[in-house]
Write a protein that binds this ligand. Structure first.
Ligand SMILES: Nc1ncnc2c1ncn2[C@@H]1O[C@H](COP(=O)(O)OP(=O)(O)OP(=O)(O)O)[C@@H](O)[C@H]1O
Ligand SMILES: [Mg+2]
Length: 490
């Protein structure tokens, strides 16, 4: 087994021409301490418990002593932030170290919070422990939920003060993704009318991540279609699980359809379609129910900046596929949450799904707990009904809904046990609620005690499993005010 410093690599992004990035070494992180090391992600790189340990990891994560395979750089991208085009963004606090060839695929390795770069503008290039814990945990929670995401390899901190509203400890997250290319990378070259480089970027994405597209009659169109499809699937996954991203600017949209940039995100506690998890989003542009539409808006931007490579009518037609692709993927997920997967064409269950969400909204029911409790309900009334009713303000409203649900269940075949097991595999018991992240942050900040971070990491890796000794982590926050996240700013 190779060690962290000897990993096989092939730094393809670093071979792109000038204009794509700036070489940039990390700023040393003084006296770093390890908060958490994620063996599950390390295995992706070909490491195991014997090779993923100790000083080597700390050296890499802190940026203090990089292995020879690293060629650190900050990439250039632009983006639409809250609907406004910003021509120069770029990696202001992230550095791409290199690309490791893991046993089952390539992984780009990034540090987030490693100091200033030419793209830092007026900011400090750092990340604070608080937001880094949130990013670290949520990346892995999303992976546990089966939702495409950047991964988190390790989290280190330092007593180096980083000034936000107060002085806070610094931290660096080591992130992994097959590629960190964003919609904003395409916007960068289009804005500069560098159409050759735009083409090279598209070629890079195709050759690096989707070589199958090379053999299609129109590879750049196929690339756009693939991004549209992956984005539609990602949005369906977010909406079904109740994930609110909070900053869906086009520079935070991954070309591979990964969840990228964990800032003010939040999972819904009680169901509220209009929930806004980002306190600086005053207009609700990125409210929960706006996400699928915003993704389309971002895709329209992407298509427009790819136009030098595309036939315009074909691009428009590709964009028209987004809504039906999203709708189909979302309905399929919701049908599975109801335990009705495949029992009839999804469209026929659309009214039931809509009525269910309306009821949850009206009754202010905890979204995750509802689905998990429903997963235990039988064809006949039983004790599981009581737990479901307890989630409702008006239990009679639950009874009426259950009656309709059971009528629908009666049209299906199969055993209760099998359906319930399938529902438990579609409806997680554990999500990273804000109050859970808060608790881990408090302990880490106040006592340099990282046990809660690591406990949550283990719990959220298996969100569909019962884990009875940790069952209290499935409870709703003690009071709904806890939905207001005090740790969400970056
Ligand atoms: N503390 C900081 N120092 C320097 N640049 C920053 C800092 N915070 C954000 N930026 C830059 O501001 C822009 C928008 O930031 P945004 O919050 O979307 O991204 P981010 O959280 O830094 O990282 P990422 O999208 O890589 O997860 C990006 O160009 C980002 O690099
Ligand atoms: Mg960002």
């Amino acid at each position: 087994m190779p060690s962290l410093s000897q990993l096989p690599h092939q730094n393809r992004f670093a071979r792109l021409p000038e204009g794509f990035f700036a070489w940039q070494a990390p700023d040393p992180l003084p006296a770093p301490w390890l908060v958490s090391a994620n063996l599950a992600a390390a295995r992706l790189l070909g490491l195991d418990e014997t090779t993923f340990t100790g000083q080597e990891l700390l050296n890499l994560a802190s940026g203090n002593q990089l292995p020879d395979w690293c060629q650190p750089l900050a990439s250039a991208y632009a983006g639409h932030q809250f609907g406004v085009f910003v021509p120069q963004l770029g990696d202001g606090r992230a550095l791409l170290l290199g690309e490791v060839l893991g046993p089952e695929g390539h992984w780009e390795v990034q540090l987030k919070g490693a100091g200033m770069t030419p793209f830092s503008r007026h900011a400090d290039g750092r990340a604070v422990l608080r937001s880094s814990i949130r990013e670290y945990l949520c990346s892995e929670a999303m992976h546990g939920l089966g939702i495409p995401t950047t991964r988190a390899l390790a989290l280190v901190g330092s007593d180096l003060p980083v000034y936000r509203e107060r002085a806070e400890p610094a931290a660096v997250v080591v992130r992994l993704a097959p590629s960190f290319v964003r919609f904003g990378h395409f916007e960068w070259f289009y804005a500069r009318q560098q159409h050759d480089l735009l083409r090279q970027l598209a070629d890079y994405v195709i050759d690096h991540d989707w070589p199958d597209l090379r053999d299609t009659p129109a590879p750049y169109l196929a690339l756009l279609q693939r991004v549209i499809q992956r984005t539609a699937e990602l949005m369906a996954a977010w909406q079904a699980v109740g994930f609110c991203h909070g900053v869906m600017n086009s520079d935070n949209m991954s070309i591979l359809g990964l969840t990228l940039d964990y800032g003010p995100f939040g999972f819904l506690d009680r169901y509220d379609a209009g929930h806004i998890c980002n306190h600086s989003d005053h207009s609700g542009r990125y409210a929960f129910d706006q996400q699928p539409g915003v993704a389309l808006w971002n895709l329209q931007i992407l298509a427009s900046v790819m136009l030098p490579l595309l036939d315009r009518d074909a691009a428009i037609a590709a964009l028209e596929d987004y809504a039906p692709q999203f709708e189909a993927a979302w309905l399929q997920r919701m049908q599975a949450k109801l335990g009705l997967a495949g029992s009839q064409p999804v469209e026929q269950d659309a009214p039931l799904i809509e009525a269910t969400l309306q009821l949850l909204q009206q009754q202010q029911v905890d979204y995750t707990r509802f689905w998990r409790q429903l997963s235990h309900v039988g064809r006949q009334a039983g004790t599981a009904d009581l737990n479901l009713r307890a989630l409702f303000q008006d239990p009679a409203a639950c009874d009426a809904w259950l009656q309709g649900y059971r009528q629908r269940l009666a049209l299906t075949s199969g055993l209760d046990d099998e359906r319930q097991a399938a529902m438990c595999a579609a409806n997680p018991k554990y999500i990273l609620r804000n109050h859970l992240a808060e608790q881990a942050i408090r302990q880490a900040e106040d006592d340099r005690d990282f046990s809660e971070v690591n406990r949550l990491l283990g719990l959220l890796a298996k969100p569909f499993e019962e884990q009875p000794e940790l069952a209290h982590y499935a409870e709703a926050p003690p009071d709904w005010a806890a939905q207001i996240c005090v740790s969400c700013s970056s």
